[in-house]
Design a binder for this molecule. Structure first.
Ligand code: UD1
Ligand code: CA
Length: 477
């Protein structure tokens, strides 16, 4: 049986989600729009959109953008959500006023804040269920905050009734109201009819000179509509990110949850508080992650791997039984089973390291395929290169893939031996089983099974050094 709730329809036929994301976030003191600040390696707004997409079709998700609108559009436009522009940010009420046309065709809207990223789908479903069951015009998701300073406070009709009389913003608190710990989370369900009918009643005659969406509670109440409040089970998931300190705290909490998820799946993470692991990272059981490791982006790691300290792995796929020694930097690359890298190997984008291959210290690859069991153990640069299975690349080998204008490929066959300190001037091909003498500068293709030596022949003069020393000593006397 399919137990997945059908989007938008289980709760109501016509539900839209409006995400308020136009604010500047003055308290962050940043030139980047607030909702594009990242936690767990992803922008705040991406989390909210992912959650909203579980409740409504993407075309029924309307994001109110304003500050840095183009950057926000570019970052999340790929999801297929709709955008509403709020050219001047005159408050949360004004944000919804700007979305008036977009929401007119729906029965209900769920309003989310772009800066409250950890809200869970279950909680939003509870909110919608209560909203519909109560027949409310507005249902507010509330939370109990130990330190409620800065949040809007909830004025309940009576402690045990769902009805709310008003939300009072911090600067408008009357004596005694500071001690109210039930706060507004900035998340609401609205019946669209009554909302649109009273939206123009909002005024900006308050401490911030803004149109507060929170004032709708009082306006709807005054019109005889029902306003309800649902207390969220945990204050954690409704925490906002208004300051850098709050952002960093959210980030830490999310990463702790990610590490716990991986450990519950059989991954050992020593000193997880020192590791930086992005929210979408996947790791298979019996892999060991040492302290101070960063696993970023959509990195996937197989079973029984070991990732040693100070390695930074971004958007890579690693097979089973891979060993990453200390200090490797890897980006957008694939490492197949039982390969060994490092210490200090640098995989730049589009590197593909074959099974059982070894890359050692100060080996850098870019757009390079290394075959099964091939080795490059020391001080090597391989760019735009293919290395066949079982080939040995000596210390200090360099592919000269760039002539100042163009990049050219190097192809090295299987079972070949490239002597130390060889420079391979691309485009060039080295055949299977070929052997290149150490210190060669290879400028022409080497056929399979051949020996190539590209260096000047050694000259040895017997007794020359001793004779010069004797001459020098004689001159000094
Ligand atoms: C708001 C609530 C407050 C609540 C808190 C919870 C109001 C007036 N106050 O305060 O009761 O306790 O959230 O986190 O709503 N935005 C726009 N356009 C604007 C202004 C804001 O889109 O003109 C967006 C922001 O980008 C943000 C969200 O609305 O994502 C909330 O705005 P913010 O300024 O952070 O409100 P708070 O002061 O946190
Ligand atoms: Ca906020």
């Amino acid at each position: 049986m399919n137990t997945e709730p059908e989007k938008g329809s289980r709760l109501n036929k016509k539900l839209a989600v409006v995400i308020m994301a136009a604010g500047k976030g003055s308290r962050l003191k940043s030139s980047r729009p607030k909702v594009l600040h990242e936690i767990g390696g992803k922008p705040l707004l991406s989390y909210v959109i992912t959650t909203a997409a579980q409740l409504a079709e993407n075309e029924d998700i309307h994001v109110v953008i304003g500050h840095g609108a183009e950057r926000v559009r570019e970052t999340v436009g790929g999801t297929g959500v709709r955008f509403v522009e709020q050219k001047q940010q005159r408050g949360t009420g004004h944000a919804i006023q700007c979305a008036r046309e977009a929401i007119a065709k729906y029965d209900h809207i769920l309003v989310l804040s772009g800066d409250v990223p950890l809200i869970k789908v279950d909680t939003l479903q509870h909110l919608m269920t209560l909203h519909l069951a109560e027949g409310a015009a507005m249902t507010i998701l509330t939370a109990t905050q130990e330190n409620p300073t800065g949040y809007g406070r909830i004025l309940r009709r009576a402690p045990d009734l769902p009805e709310v009389d008003a939300i009072v913003e911090q600067p408008s608190l009357k004596p005694g109201q500071e001690s109210i710990h039930e706060v507004n989370t900035g998340i609401y369900a609205f019946k669209v009819g009554p909302l649109l009918a009273r939206l123009d009643k909002l005024s900006n005659k308050n401490a911030h000179g803004e149109f507060y969406l929170t004032d709708m509670a009082e306006h709807l109440r005054a019109a005889g509509e029902k306003v309800a409040g649902l207390l969220a089970a945990s204050a954690e998931e409704v925490r906002g990110a208004n300051t850098i300190a709050e952002l960093v705290a959210l980030d830490a909490g999310l990463r702790e949850a990610t590490a716990n998820r991986l450990m519950a799946n059989g991954v050992t993470i020593f000193r997880p508080e020192t590791c930086v692991i992005d929210a979408e990272v996947e790791v298979e059981p019996d892999t060991i992650i040492e302290p101070f490791v960063q696993l970023l982006g959509k990195t996937k790691i197989g079973a029984r791997c070991r990732i040693r300290s100070y390695s930074v792995i971004e958007s890579c796929t690693l097979g089973n039984d891979v060993l990453i020694q200390n200090g490797c930097i890897m980006e957008n690359s694939t490492v197949m089973e039982s390969a060994q890298l490092g210490p200090y190997t640098h995989l730049r984008p589009e590197s593909e390291i074959g099974p059982h291959a070894h890359l050692g210290n100060f080996v850098e690859t870019k757009k390079t395929k290394v075959g099964r069991g091939a080795k490059a153990n020391h001080l090597t640069y391989l760019g735009d290169t293919e290395v066949g299975a079982g080939t040995n690349i000596g210390a200090g080998v360099i592919t000269c893939n760039y002539d100042g204008t163009r990049k050219s490929p190097t192809r090295i066959g299987e079972g070949a031996f490239v002597g130390s300190d060889t420079t391979l001037v691309a485009p060039i091909e080295v055949g299977d089983r070929a052997y290149i003498g150490a210190g060669s500068c290879i400028t022409r293709d080497v056929p399979a099974g051949a020996l190539a030596v590209g260096r000047s022949r050694q000259v040895t003069k017997e007794g020359w050094a001793d004779a010069r020393r004797a001459r020098n000593d004689a001159e000094k006397k």
